[in-house]
Design a protein around this ligand. Structure first.
Ligand code: NAP
Length: 434
């Protein structure tokens, strides 16, 4: 009998793990899968992107973790593709390589003042409250007014975390230091700024409703009037969004303690401030703007205008993605590049919910399995020894299980299900080979 086909998956986020599951379902156990990640923890954006107060989505991790129970599946943490191992080395050691590296950078506004202290990316803010070991601290002392640019689901997440009573976050898995910062914060106003109308906003209705229903917040609306929008001309999701905003305005909260200001048809023209952001000049974007814009006070600006893929050395990259046909990687000229595949955000761009990766992964996995017909079996370059010779010792599933157990213990002390371990040195202490 032939040795099992060997597949490397780069990235242990939802896209990578759904692909492993789909490969196992489609090709059975006659497959050896190594799943690499630069972190010692699997689950990618499920762990470090999904908001801590969205526990039900996070529970997908239980399903995804099942792939590690299959006999020939390994988790190799602390191995970064491009730094510790090159795509060429992976191609030499595996029959197929699947890139599931996501989109780890964010877009920029490209406006004056964007680099002032106090202007940050929502991606960094999310990483911080999710306890990502690379996240920078996000001090909130002195922040009363926050402006969030963009009206997608990430913008909604960060606005909700800023507006929510921190007591309502205390049961989540947020690191202690994050909760402490949020408890001492005194945010009063959050502006959410969309460059088009509420009917064009990218957020989904349940997420919008949850934000509008945040207890004890008042909601205002500038730049758009739901009554003048022709609901019949809209798709269901846009109609529901406009209706949710209209409903929130019609039933104002009694005794609001914080405010959500929705601003549509405006974009930031400049971030203003001396040595620190102090305000945002918003200019109208409609077809015939009647005025020059207005300034909102801002001690914190979070740009939340979408994520951006980062190229891997030697792998084609175009417009934030790896060019591909249904997951099969293509050269920039459109020609085939057998044995390499893409899945998730690096395949289709930074859009879609966690669940979107399931169908996407099934498509990529089907290509891999179909291609086994003609893909050569690679000479078994011994990547394990190559890495060991260079002093790179991947962390294992047992290491992750130790981190997992330690987080559950940390949480139990405070009556929580889990408290994230966010410091690199604490994570590495739990990795057996450190
Ligand atoms: P997104 O959904 O693509 O939204 C980006 C927003 O930024 C849009 O409102 C866009 O407006 C705006 N924008 C882009 N460039 C801009 C500019 N230069 N100036 C002003 N505004 C600009 O991205 P995201 O919020 O980062 O979310 C990424 C994906 O993750 C989405 O599919 C989202 O649904 C998903 N997600 C889901 C959840 C959840 O289910 N709870 C949570 C977080 C993220 P235009 O439309 O005008 O371009």
């Amino acid at each position: 009998m032939d040795a099992p086909r060997r597949v490397a998956i780069v990235g242990a986020g939802p896209a990578g793990l759904f692909t492993a599951a789909a490969l196992l379902a489609q090709a059975g156990d006659d497959l050896a899968i190594d799943i690499f990640d630069r972190l010692p923890t699997p689950f990618g954006l499920l762990r470090y992107g999904v908001a801590p107060d969205h526990a039900s989505i996070k529970s997908v991790a239980t399903t995804l973790a099942r792939v590690f129970e299959a006999p020939h599946v390994r988790f190799l943490g602390l191995v970064e593709c491009g730094r510790d191992v090159t795509p060429t080395q992976l191609r030499d050691a595996y029959d197929a390589v699947v890139y599931a590296v996501g989109a780890s950078d964010d877009r920029h506004l490209g406006i004056p003042g964007e680099d002032l202290p106090g202007s940050r990316s929502a991606r960094q803010f999310v990483a911080w409250y999710s306890g990502h070991p690379d996240a920078e601290p996000q001090p909130l002392a002195g922040v009363r007014n926050a402006v969030v640019v963009g009206v997608g689901n990430v913008a909604v997440d960060v606005a909700r975390i800023l507006l929510k009573d921190p007591a309502d976050l205390s049961a989540t898995d947020m690191p202690d230091a994050v909760l402490a910062e949020l408890r001492s914060a005194q945010v009063e106003h959050v502006w959410l700024v969309g460059r088009r109308g509420p009917e064009h906003a990218a957020f989904t209705t349940p997420e919008l409703r949850e934000l509008l229903d945040t207890p004890r917040i008042g909601v205002t609306l500038t730049g758009a009037d739901p009554a003048s929008i022709d609901l019949d001309a809209l798709e269901r999701h846009a109609r529901a969004n406009v209706a949710a905003i209209a409903a929130a305005l019609a039933e104002p909260a009694i005794d609001p303690v914080r405010w959500l200001h929705l601003v549509f048809w405006h974009r930031p023209a400049e971030l203003l401030g001396l040595g620190q952001v102090q305000g945002v000049l918003l200019e109208p974007t409609g077809p015939r703007p009647a005025y020059g814009g207005f300034v909102v006070p801002a001690d914190l600006v979070l740009r939340s205008i979408g994520y951006r893929g980062v190229p891997l050395p030697g792998v084609p990259f175009d417009n934030g993605r790896i060019p591909n046909l249904e997951g099969r990687v293509l050269e920039l000229d459109g020609s085939a590049r057998p044995g390499e595949y893409a899945v998730g955000w690096v395949k289709r761009g930074p859009v879609g919910l966690i669940g979107s990766n399931k169908k996407d992964a099934a498509e990529t996995a089907a290509c891999v399995v179909e291609d086994f017909e003609f893909l050569p079996r690679r000479p078994l370059a011994d990547l394990d020894s190559e890495l060991a010779a260079r002093g790179i010792r991947p962390s294992t599933l047992a290491d992750w299980r130790r981190i997992d157990a330690a987080e559950i213990d940390r949480g139990a002390i405070r009556g929580r299900e889990r408290t994230k371990i966010e410091a690199w040195h604490d994570l590495l202490d739990l990795v057996g080979n450190s």
